[in-house]
Design a protein around this ligand. Structure first.
Ligand code: PLP
Length: 372
């Protein structure tokens, strides 16, 4: 290794070997059942048509998939029904990879990337910092976690290349309204690109949610990132995509290796796009469950931020680590929010009704034991 010259421009993150959280939870003493509520997945899973399509595709795994993902891009355009052409789309092996491709396409050492924490910073840093980019944090407004387009625009300079806008935002579940996004888009110089990470967009009910696809249709400097991991219930498949004007989407797609999507993912993505009714049922169900969780938090006097997502960020009077430990002992896996300076903050992903009820019973039990 010592004589091997590493790329001086790339500083990789340390490798993490971590087992899938549900398996870890099963190992915990006292947890006879595990409840995965940490990763904002869809517990209803994909459409049965997706499972059929994967099984059919599995019959010919000894042969390469189609060289191009054009069939999937056509299906995505059909599902979005916004008059986009397949040339406006590039696919990635996850939304995360779509973000990575955007970073590779636009970042050189010294370029600046604006983040608005608390947000999906871990992933944004992971795809940008190894390329030598500098992160500029322009935090959301304290307490309400509203996006501040004026502050972001003040931070833009000659070196700014990417502005990451997670909408709805993870972990807060809050949305940036159309007026704020308009202000941002109007103020951006030509050398900067807005990355609108909208992997939770299906769950939004707020009427003033921005129509970001319209900006792409108008050839503005924007890339929108979507994922099949959430509403489509395909987190295990690792499939996502980006939407942008043709010039940008074609350029990014040009960075991909041939045969970049595997056969199962192509089949799954097309079948998922063709079963919009299933996806809508999942979204309706999960919105209902999130509303149910919020009503329970109201009853228990637990503070939360009104979510437009399939998860809820909340605070109790217990320190997050303590609450987390007690929840883990009962088999519940959530995310603490201590890293974003919320020592009492937690994030819970909506599960099935059985899971959500068990979770609320556990919270009630833990909180009442603490107050006695
Ligand atoms: C805000 C946000 N963006 C992107 C992703 C990545 O999604 P994928 O599973 O498609 O990589 C996630 C996953 O949780 C997310 O929360």
């Amino acid at each position: 290794m010592s004589k091997l010259r590493l790329n001086p421009q790339i500083e990789p993150f340390t490798r993490i070997d971590r087992r899938a959280p549900p398996e870890d939870v099963r190992q915990l003493p006292g947890a006879d059942k595990n409840y995965p509520m940490a990763n904002n997945e869809n517990p209803l899973g994909p459409s049965p048509r997706v499972i059929e399509a994967i099984s059919a595709a599995a019959q010919s795994l000894s042969y390469y998939p189609e060289y191009s993902d054009i069939g999937l891009r056509q299906a995505i355009c059909g599902a979005l029904a916004r008059g986009l052409s397949p040339e406006n789309i590039f696919t990635g092996c996850s939304g995360f990879e779509a973000l990575e491709l955007i970073a590779r396409a636009f970042l050189r050492p010294g370029d600046e990337v604006i983040l608005s924490p608390p947000t999906f910073s871990g992933a944004y840093r992971k795809v940008t910092e190894p390329l030598g980019a500098r992160i500029i944090d322009v935090p959301l407004a304290p307490e309400t976690f509203q996006y501040r387009p004026d502050a972001v625009l003040s931070a833009v300079n000659e070196s700014t290349r990417l502005i990451m806008l997670c909408n709805p935002n993870n972990p807060t579940g809050t949305v940036t309204p159309a007026a704020a996004m308009d202000e941002l888009m109007r103020g951006l110089p030509d050398h900067a690109l807005l990355v609108a990470d909208e992997v939770y967009h299906h769950f939004v009910e707020a009427p003033d949610f921005p129509d970001s696809i319209q900006y792409a249709l108008e050839d503005k400097n924007i890339v929108i990132v979507h994922s099949f991991s959430k509403a489509y219930g395909l987190a295990g498949m690792r499939l996502g995509y980006g939407i942008a004007k043709r010039e940008i989407a074609n350029y990014i797609a040009g960075l991909q290796r041939g045969f970049h999507q595997n056969k199962l993912a192509l089949a799954a993505g097309v079948a998922a796009c063709h079963d919009q009714a299933h996806m809508r049922r999942c979204v309706d169900f999960l919105r209902g469950e999130v509303a149910w969780l919020c009503r329970q938090f109201d009853r228990l006097d637990v503070k939360y931020w009104k979510p437009e997502t399939n998860f809820v960020m909340f605070e109790t009077r217990l320190r997050a680590e303590d609450l987390n430990k007690q929840l883990l002992e009962r088999g519940f896996l959530l995310r603490t929010q201590t890293r974003i300076n919320l020592p009492f903050g937690m994030r819970v992903s909506a599960g099935t009704r059985e899971t959500n009820q068990a979770f609320i019973r556990a919270i009630e039990e833990i909180l009442s034991a603490e107050s006695t």
